[in-house]
Design a binder for this molecule. Structure first.
Ligand SMILES: Nc1ncnc2c1ncn2[C@@H]1O[C@H](COP(=O)(O)OP(=O)(O)O)[C@@H](O)[C@H]1O
Ligand SMILES: [Mg+2]
Length: 311
């Protein structure tokens, strides 16, 4: 059943694609017909983003990825922040390679994946991401073909930079789910609204879900979420879901300083319980019919970047 689903997804993708990439896809579809012992599956792509910087995207991404892995999911955490790539810093890892070397043809995508002791794999400091918009046809094909080595993940979680620039929106829009992080600060709320507006105006994009970080109590989190959900609905006709909140806690900062995620260092802290709750909600969300995985994500992302250049 799942195999059939994937085959039809690939076929649908093939119809939507330009001629160059269709060749790669046709090969994949041939491959799809062969009996295989691997379980074919679609990777759900989740992007963590925000309007304002410094609201907690990277700490949320790292701790959420680990919580999803602990709940039994195979997770790839992808650092898509061009300016301040620092997933590796939060995990105390020094990456040897990044995606730039893949685009230059010096490394294969599977060679730059870092397996961590936290049960998640990461692609660190993706400084090459902006280059994805400038690839030649053959480089593009090579890159897309290399994505085959990323099959097998249940979830790819992407940490992005802040703001509504084309580089960020290109990574946000094609995701199955867009997790917008805000804090209760008025500026963060306003900028979160700006991000939602941008997604809607460039849309159609993935489902928008809200995380309110650094709250003193559950009541404040609810107030912030209700307000954002209601103005997004009223002025943008956007459906935004309240995914959950995380308390403002000194344990979060302590964990950052010791370069170990708080769900590991302080598993019993309230912030860890909050993240676990968010992970459970994500896992229990109904499966999207048209989630097409990593391949289509990057296809759309590159197409957006090309378009963005002419805007
Ligand atoms: N729940 C929290 N409680 C306390 N401090 C937090 C919390 N979440 C984030 N922070 C603080 O905010 C800073 C920025 O977080 P970070 O995840 O790097 O944000 P972003 O990726 O959005 O720029 C962290 O270094 C930390 O000091
Ligand atoms: Mg960050």
């Amino acid at each position: 059943m799942e195999q059939l689903d994937q085959a039809s997804t690939l076929r649908r993708m093939a119809n939507q694609m330009d001629r160059g990439s269709t060749a790669v896809l046709e090969r994949d579809m041939e491959h799809e017909k062969q009996p295989s012992h691997e379980t074919p599956q679609r990777t759900k792509v989740l992007t963590v983003t925000s309007g304002k910087g410094g609201v907690g995207k990277t700490t949320v991404s790292v701790n959420l990825a680990i919580s999803l892995a602990r709940a039994g999911k195979k997770v790839l955490l992808f650092d898509g922040d061009l300016g301040l790539a620092n997933i590796n810093v939060l995990l105390g890892i020094i990456p040897e390679h990044n995606i730039y070397e893949v685009l230059k043809g010096k490394k294969k995508l599977q060679d730059i994946i870092i397996r961590t002791s936290y049960g998640i794999d990461i692609i660190a400091g993706a400084n090459g991401i902006s280059q994805l918009a400038n690839l030649s046809d053959s480089q593009r094909e090579n890159f897309l073909e290399g994505l085959q080595s990323l099959m097998g993940y249940d979830i790819m979680l992407i940490d992005t930079g802040a703001g509504v620039g084309a580089n960020v929106i290109g990574l946000v829009l094609p995701a199955d789910e867009i997790l917008v992080v805000t804090t209760p600060e008025p500026t963060a709320i306003t900028d979160a609204y700006g991000m939602i507006k941008s997604v809607v105006s460039h849309g159609p994009g993935g489902k928008i879900k809200l995380i309110v970080n650094r709250v003193p109590d559950a009541g404040e989190a609810k107030m912030v979420a209700d307000r954002l959900i209601s103005i997004s609905n009223q002025f943008l006709k956007a459906r935004v879901e309240n995914l959950g909140f995380i308390f403002e806690e000194s344990s979060v900062q302590k964990s950052i300083r010791s370069q170990r995620p708080y769900v590991v260092l302080f598993p019993n802290a309230k912030s860890s319980a909050c993240i676990k709750h968010i992970a459970a909600r994500l896992i229990n969300a109904p499966v999207e019919e048209d989630s097409a995985g990593i391949y289509q994500f990057f296809q759309k992302m590159m197409n957006f970047s090309f378009r963005g250049k002419d805007d």
